[in-house]
Design a protein around this ligand. Sequence first.
Ligand code: AMP
Length: 396
Amino acid sequence: MNILIINAGSSSLKYQLMDPNSGEVFAKGLCERIYIDGRLTHKVGDKKVVKEVPMPTHAEAITAVLDILVDAEHGVIKSTDEIDAVGHRVVHGGDKFADSCIIDEACIKAIEDCIPLGPLHNPANLMGIRACQAVMPKTPQVAVFDTAFHMTMDPVAYRYAIPKEYYENDSIRRYGFHGTSHKYVTRRAMALMGREDIKIINCHLGNGSSLSAVSEGKCRDTSMGLSPLAGVCMGTRSGDIDACVVQFIMNKYGMTADECLNMLNKKSGVLALSGVSSDFRDIEEAAKAGNTDCALALDKFAFDVRKYIGSYATVLGGCDCLVFTAGVGENSASMRENICRGLEFMGIKIDPVKNNIRGEEVCISTDDSKVKVWIIPTNEELMIAQDTAELVMAAK
Ligand code: AMP
């Protein structure tokens, strides 16, 4: 089976053509500078080709992707008829989607209704969907939501303690993000542990970071909120912050709410604390060279993650399995070590030799550690492909 995965942003579009059963990626790439001029970077194995292709809208970007997939020189299929279905990443499903769904007009309307909740992403995701419908009208399309995995939370976890009308009229509540990644590593963790009735704390640590507390495969709490700004401090996001900080800064510096939120989303986090970079590799290097602001940024990040791990063990009433995933979680042995330092009291002991590894699916806890600690490389594209294939097969 061939599933095309589309992740459409406002001026870019990532794609992968893969087999949902084996996980084999036949081709992948990126369209950039949509609406400006248009550039396509296409990879098949180690071979890479870059082409300038006019992309006045997302439709031309999708056409360029389909053209190169069937291209005599760079293509991997003979005809677009060989694409069985398209899986679209959609960021905000609001409280309308607890699962992935086959795209029809009702689904599109519901995604449109979620635009106020995901104003930065949902319009771009919809453009990707519309463009695919226009150029491949007969191919089934599926929407896979970043928020869906977290819809099993109870009201105590998802409600904010603010007047009820904002929840009832405006759907203001915790949603959580990175759901496709949390779902993927949860499934892997249950398979690796050989049981489904386990308590898992997932740490998706990348440029954006979020944690989830999972039992019986269901999300019970997650650190991001209405938007991805909440939770632990991140590459450029502040994470949890007292709302009065926003009021103070807006008043003192004459900022609008949008300007202040832009600062909290794009100019904060470890970028602000380190004064060097939002990239953890740069910060680790500078900290090693003696930069104390960088050391603080790393310690603050580890502190926030550690604090959430402790609180999620309480939410779950214990923890059997701690999972590290995404760029930092999979690759930074020193950050994993920093986070787990001091957690021996709750049965978390990592083995420094086993921990000295990057990007492999491997258990890094000591044999006598009560909690099993795993690195599980995430694969959101595979999760999207599997959800898409499952729904399309079931609808046949
Ligand atoms: P992601 O958002 O999941 O792509 O993760 C991106 C983040 O992972 C960036 O901040 C990178 O610096 C970080 N990262 C990738 N490789 C390493 C590494 N070897 N050590 C530390 N951080 C890394």
